[in-house]
Design a protein around this ligand. Structure first.
Ligand SMILES: *Cc1c(COP(=O)(O)O)cnc(C)c1O
Length: 366
């Protein structure tokens, strides 16, 4: 188990400690909000904080701009670099609300602990985010399928190529307005030659180094006609399902919703946690447990899979249309005939958009 990170109480952190420098050249007017491509457009400002000489300092909101780094910066050589992803929504009444940012702050701290980095206190994460979003509030798009994607990240910036933990860190939050995240139904493939994460590795951390190695196998499965990898690992000689692509995996078999239990190889998704709660509250039996690929494929062959999907911030739910290996390809029940994932997705997005009551206190309004 990881040592538990105890956030320092930093009551002095409030927006008064954050200096604000506004841009003189806003890109707001020249941005085509009707044709947003995910990840391309950046809002006018960013929040930045530095950890130096043993303390977080220099909290600033300033124009989005390039960084100046030493070529010997530790993150570039040894990957002390972690990130988060979350969204802000404009509700029907015009208010801006962010989905569970406290959870992302906690997860960034867990990732930092795993990567031997100095954790960002929750107060700095939340107050930085709040200040950034008030300055860039006009960047939160209006419209049913639109949101503002938020990318917090942190890296070791000490200029030193010794293999050890950096003694200084940069923490940044920038945002990107996003249109409808086009989530087509996906076919997923079990790739025998590659694993994303193993027990004892760093799969539970949203660490930059976990994603680069997935790009080659992802390109290979696309050549076979599949969209995503169904990541698996072998424990005591049995192959178990972990995640799909960069989403948590859910399957409904014989009326039970199953998702792989968390261990050090699985990213603890906030969408995953929220969907488990929504499902349980509507009386669905949810099991968090190890699921072997044998069990999954047997249920698929026997037509007992009622629903199967990936869960993550970008699309909330992505339906899985088919699963395959080098030996077989199985089409699952048509997505239009499923019920659970459709219902869960509607319930979650209605809470995010302020259409349904926020009964779990998930939304932080700005
Ligand atoms: C970010 C991520 C998820 C989903 O997490 P959410 O908090 O739901 O967005 C799942 N798996 C991996 C590998 C991820 O990087």
């Amino acid at each position: 188990m990881l040592p538990k990170f105890k956030p320092t109480k930093m009551n002095e952190i409030d927006s008064a400690n954050i200096t604000i420098e506004k841009t003189e050249k806003s890109n707001l007017k020249t941005t085509d909000f009707a044709n947003l491509k995910f990840g391309e457009t950046k809002s006018d400002h960013m929040f930045i904080a530095k950890f130096e000489n043993g303390a977080w300092q220099n909290l600033e909101v300033k124009p989005f701009q390039n960084l100046s780094l030493s070529p010997s910066c530790i993150a570039l050589h040894y990957g002390q670099s972690i990130f988060e992803g979350l969204k802000a929504f404009r509700n029907l009444d015009g208010k801006i609300a962010v989905f569970r940012p406290d959870k992302n702050a906690e997860r960034l701290q867990r990732s930092a602990t795993r990567m031997a980095m100095e954790p960002v206190p929750t107060e700095i994460f939340l107050e930085g985010l709040r200040t950034l979003l008030s300055v860039d509030s006009a960047w939160v798009p209006n419209g049913e399928d639109k949101s503002l994607y938020i990318r917090p990240f942190q890296f070791g910036d000490e200029p030193n190529i010794g293999v050890r933990a950096s003694d200084s860190y940069t923490f940044i939050i920038f945002t990107s307005p996003a249109g409808k995240y086009y989530s087509k139904d996906v076919s997923v493939f079990v790739h025998d030659d590659y694993v994303r994460a193993v027990r004892g590795g760093a799969g539970m951390a949203k660490a930059a180094g976990n994603y680069g190695p997935t790009l080659l196998p992802a390109a290979q499965v696309r050549e076979k006609g599949y969209d995503q990898i169904l990541w698996t690992h072998i424990v005591d000689g049995t192959r178990y399902v972990q995640e799909i692509g960069t989403m948590n995996f859910f399957v409904q078999i014989d009326d039970v919703l199953i998702t792989p239990s968390l261990d050090s190889s699985i990213l603890e998704g906030i969408t995953r946690e929220s969907l488990i709660q929504l499902a349980r509250d509507k009386g669905v039996i949810v099991e968090e447990r190890m699921l072997s690929s044998e069990e999954l494929f047997t249920a698929a062959r026997e037509g007992r899979i009622q629903d199967a999907f990936g869960a993550g911030t970008a699309a909330v739910i992505t339906h899985i249309a088919s699963i395959g290996t080098d030996e077989e390809h199985i089409d699952l029940k048509p997505v239009s005939e499923r019920t659970l994932a459709h219902e869960l997705k509607k319930e979650l997005t209605d809470i995010q958009r302020g259409i349904a009551p926020d009964r779990y206190n998930w939304m932080m309004t700005i």
